[in-house]
Design a binder for this molecule. Sequence first.
Ligand code: FAD
Length: 797
Amino acid sequence: MTFPEKARVVIIGGGAVGVSSLYHLALEGWTDCVLLERNELTAGSTWHAAGNCPNFAGSWAVMNIQRYSMALYRELAERVDYPMNYHVSGTIRYAHSQERMEEFEHVRAMGDIQGLKMTRMTLDEMKEKYPIGETHDLVGGLWDPEDGDIDPAQLTQALAKGARDLGARIIRHCPVTGVTRDGEGWIVHSEQGDIACDYVVNAAGYYAARVAEWFEPYGRPPLPMVVMSHQYLLTEPIPEIEAWSKEHGGKLPMVRDPDISYYLRQEKTGLNLGPYERNCQSVWTNGDMPEDFSFQLWQEDLDRIEDYIADAMERVPSLATAGVSSVINGPIPYSPDGLPLIGPMPGVKNAFDANVFTFGIAQGGGAGKVLADWIVKGAPDWDCFDVDPRRFAAWCSDPAFCKAKAEEVYGHEYGMHFPHMRWPAGKDMLTSPNHEALQAQGAQMAPYGGWERATWFAKEGDDTSFESTQTWKREGPWHKRVAEEVAAVRDGTGVLDLSGFSRFELSGEGAAEWLSGQIAGRLPKVGRMTLCYFNGPTGKFATEMSVSRWDEDRFTLITAAAARAHDHDLLAHPLAEGLTLTDTSESMSCLLVTGPTSRDILAPLTEGDLSASWLSVQETTVCGKEVRLQRVSFAGELGWEVHGARDDMPAIYAALMETEAVPFGMFALDTMRIEKGYRAWGSDLSPGYTLREVGADRFIRKDERGEDPARCLHVLTLDDMGYDPLPMSPIRQDGEIVGEITSAAFGHRVGKPIAMAMLPRGSEGQTVEVEVFGHKVTAAVHADGALWDSENERIRA
Ligand SMILES: Cc1cc2nc3c(=O)[nH]c(=O)nc-3n(C[C@H](O)[C@H](O)[C@H](O)COP(=O)(O)OP(=O)(O)OC[C@H]3O[C@@H](n4cnc5c(N)ncnc54)[C@H](O)[C@@H]3O)c2cc1C
């Protein structure tokens, strides 16, 4: 067959992920696609992977991806007529603590929404299913009957056969050497020749950062990833396991012991032990990755994992009776949050990432579908922001940050992500101009899109330890301080340092007309601001920005800190010629001054017109510094956002702190915005929902609203169980799942636990049951709206 000169899509890399992407493009009818692999298929991480395939995931997107993979793998062999070793043996997860059990309950409940079959287990049930494991010191467990393991090479070959049968092409022994732009498309250069294509996919596994360098001239920041050395060992046959398999047929279930940090799986009649060790090893961090590491491994390093082996031997004593037959020590890529990158490449049009997989076998199937959906339909079916490459803004590419985070994530692969906890590595990457002042006031910082912000302000004697945050419960040392901060905002004035808004200045003749064409609703008049919603290509939520209009054709667009790269591309890619778009996220900063006395607090400091109405914007001064004063408050009280040059903010903050105003943090803001029914980007505002579902009706042009959706956001008040449900906690009525929580907190102004929830339209007035870490909590459903100041009298005062 001749080397192709053209293709619709070229995929670089023939591991499980690249091949699955090719297969899924072909399933969509995109068969004129080509995959180029430098060696044989699977030559990267895929050939030596252990092949474990779990459903369990804390991320909604990742759970969807893995669930899809498992369903695909169950039928793939038959579908493409390629027999494979895929064992569905089930997995038991051991819990050593109540908190671990609560984590299991949340993930199990989230899985219920996705149709998974996980159940909690008693110690007796665990012993019965896994008789060779000790359970006396455990708290409980979780059972997933659908977990299994697959032969990664056979999986890749099966996907390859499926793709080829549909007409797609795979060219092996064809190293790609670079790319160049060709209009809106690409020329992909390889050792066998050039291919012109519309889209290109970087699926180069642990070589993805190298491949990403070719895209840097076109706008891609360096790919944030680090390669780690990961090991598992295989034992000689174990008589007890041989006997069990003979008696019961098949394999023992796999066990995962997340609190210790390893898994144990039956391999033939021995065991496969895979730890994620705390004293882990990153590799090739000095640019010393060899040109080609195909089908290679490193020497075993058992010293690094000996504590884990010793622990596993106590848990499963028969492990101690067997010798080690082999050790696999291979490269595995890690991103700063441990999740893969699947979707549009940041900063570059018509190029996609499908790389940095730590569980690329379990996720390969789903990743291929998500990638194909991005290319063919413009967006995936599920909310995939957790794995969207644009969740990493350019600053995330800092090599020291990537290394610190990758090592932290690897060493805590099974770590629990408690809602009030911050992981310590990679601190202070982006700081407020008031960072030191805030810390001197007791601010407990956490990153929001990388920006350090105060979450709450501790007072002398408060417990600010890491340990105090190791809980799923609402209450901790922060709780009473948050209540005080809310009271201060409710009764007086609070000041929140809101550094790190993502901020874009748009100007040029025709800017208004162009922007109007991008949004679902109407632009504000000059001197006003409004929320603007952007629809995605499949009709789902793409983003929300607050838009301030300074002149006919001059705007500031402000969006969530985490949305920076995503929203920048959303604006920059379709930007009309002659318009200017500037990212001022780092040169400007913001203080929210809010509360019933905020007008009195600001009056002596500003030349601005504080009688200007709600949602007005003006260019004026505060403390003699030029600022933009925007009359809006996400806390739902009278208030103004003071936006100014970064260097001017310390003087303004210091002046405010000389008044009766008190500082408050993000925890207080979050409870207050839920009381007002204001949506948060990334939870209530999810690309899994449509604009109508998230209740953005007011921000959609009347004639474009279409039919009423079957479901929409509602507000809940919950009985108090001491826990706030996490997003995607299921809501049941008569035992049936009817919806899910999108965000929740204790509403200090209304004195109740409150939540926002996606429920069938018209659910208000009903009583539902929310599952919160395994507890069933009764909740009253209210219509979408504010529980506090529902007539907006306070914000308009
Ligand atoms: C010891 C170990 C155990 C593991 N166990 C599991 C497990 O149990 N379950 C699980 O889900 N995951 C596991 N993993 C992780 C899993 O192996 C990876 O996530 C997965 O293989 C990644 O697949 P991929 O297709 O993204 O990358 P790869 O398999 O690395 O494929 C990338 C391909 O790109 C090719 N390539 C690179 N550069 C070029 C170029 N310039 N031109 C052309 N081709 C190029 C490479 O040759 C390679 O074939 C394990 C990893 C290790 C190290």
